[in-house]
Ligand binder design. Sequence first.
Ligand code: ATP
Ligand code: MG
Length: 560
Amino acid sequence: MSNESTAQTTNFIRNIVIRDLESGKHATVVTRFPPEPNGHLHIGHAKSICLNFGLAQEFGGTTNLRFDDTNPLKESEDYAQAIMADVRWLGFEWNELRHASDYFQQLYDFAVHLVRTGTAYVDSQTAEEIRAARGTLTEPGRESPYRDRPVEENLDLFQRMKAGEFGDGEHVLRARIDMAASNMNMRDPVIYRIRNVPHHRTGDAWHIYPMYDWAHGISDALEGITHSLCTLEFEDHRPLYDWFLEQIPAPCHPQQIEFARGNLNYTVMSKRRLLQLVEEGHVDGWDDPRMPTLAGLRRRGYTPEAIRAFWAEMGISKSDSIIDMGVLENAIRNDLNERAPRTMAVLDPLKVVLDNFPAGETEWVEAAVHPQRPELGVRKVPLTRELWIERSDFMEDPPRKFFRLRPGGEVRLRNAFIIRCEGVVRGADGEIAELRCVFDPDTRSGQPGAARRVKGTIHWVSAMHGVSAEVRLYDRLFRVPNPLAEKDRDFLEFINPDSLGVVSTAVVEPGVAEGAPGECYQFERIGYFVHDVLDSKPGKPVLNRTVTLRDSWARLEPKP
Ligand code: ATP
Ligand code: MG
């Protein structure tokens, strides 16, 4: 909605694409988004999705969705399905759906080619020995005693590794590059390992699986990817990416370009940690509305438009930074401000009785669905003798600047009229049970006193027509900006104990109670809410707070 045009803002990768199209290096742009199906996508992945799909879209190119499924132990078809749903929800459609496993045979054939040309060998050292011989940043590695195995022996062993003749870890296939290379990735990297486990797509056809670096660049080349965009941690892998493609008869040589990961504070983003939060029950699943996953954000009430606008606004750069959660929250706030219908809900109700309003009668007042968007029309809100107002909107003995209701004081009921509090009725426990009030009929909309001003306006819901709702007040999952900052403390210690508050006393306008799962509202004066997709039922609404009206965390933090 708001500023999607900024998706077109210049970034260095876009400039490279423009240059390559203008120079004729490429006739079109082909990108790919390559998730590993070992968990759900998170807001960081959305950055990569928006970049890859966005660039191709802009220049009339295409994007493949490629599952990087080379690690059968952690991957599953369920995750793959969830990832596809998330990409589509974000608003993107892939050209071809591919899997690294589609290329297992070609990857193997290319590895055989390396062996034949003397640029790969079967190493029979243990993983421990290989690690120990790798050297350090300041010391070269040591060459494996198996490094000069004859080609025929390598071919035979590699073929038997494939056939499943060996146990896990007995041998690996390594590229024969340079054990003294200053870039550690070039020190004879492992390209195949034995894993005698079935794969969720290829079953038990394979006993060896390719390593990421081997599989990734070749998959890119086989798909005719022009620009292979990845995050900065792969910068040191680029020489290897290029080396592999130079050693084999690759159909083309894609350009790997790195950009900074998207990071947010007050959350964690690695799939490993997200999985831990789910498995240990710290949250209620991958789609818990506090999770930074796309499934969680969706359930929380985030829209694809807000997420796309957020990443467009953040841009693409080559230096790592951490974005304040408040910026993401602002993106959804801005989006919902434009789209969410307005309604009134009372979370902590206190009864108001209007003594001069006829009992049993209902007056239907008209209220704008959206004050800035008259085209959305009006809704009818029932007004009755007994109403609920927010308990915090009344004080018996208020301080000077309290402009809401007090004994003898006046306040305007939003969309209705001005009321005056004439008295307080206490329950047996001494607590205030209800307020006795009178209303001024002259201050209704269209009446001569409609414009009469009082200092406060409060929201309300008819006690006769209002519907009870469960309201879930979600907040940030962690109470500190960086839960991983302290090395000797577990990030779980920093979970915000107030990240979920369940309000069972809420009352909403009857129209809201009939809303469909996923429908969102602004509860006036409170925040943005959405019907929970799993638990909300017609007549038994459950609403999730997407975001408050204002950033309540900003004032807690010292300004830089
Ligand atoms: P995680 O560490 O969260 O598990 P990952 O990089 O291992 O992430 P993949 O499934 O391999 O997850 O990622 C798919 C694509 O998304 C990769 O190209 C990766 O670089 C990109 N990606 C992952 N996290 C981010 C992020 N925070 N910002 C930008 N791109 C990301
Ligand atoms: Mg990964």
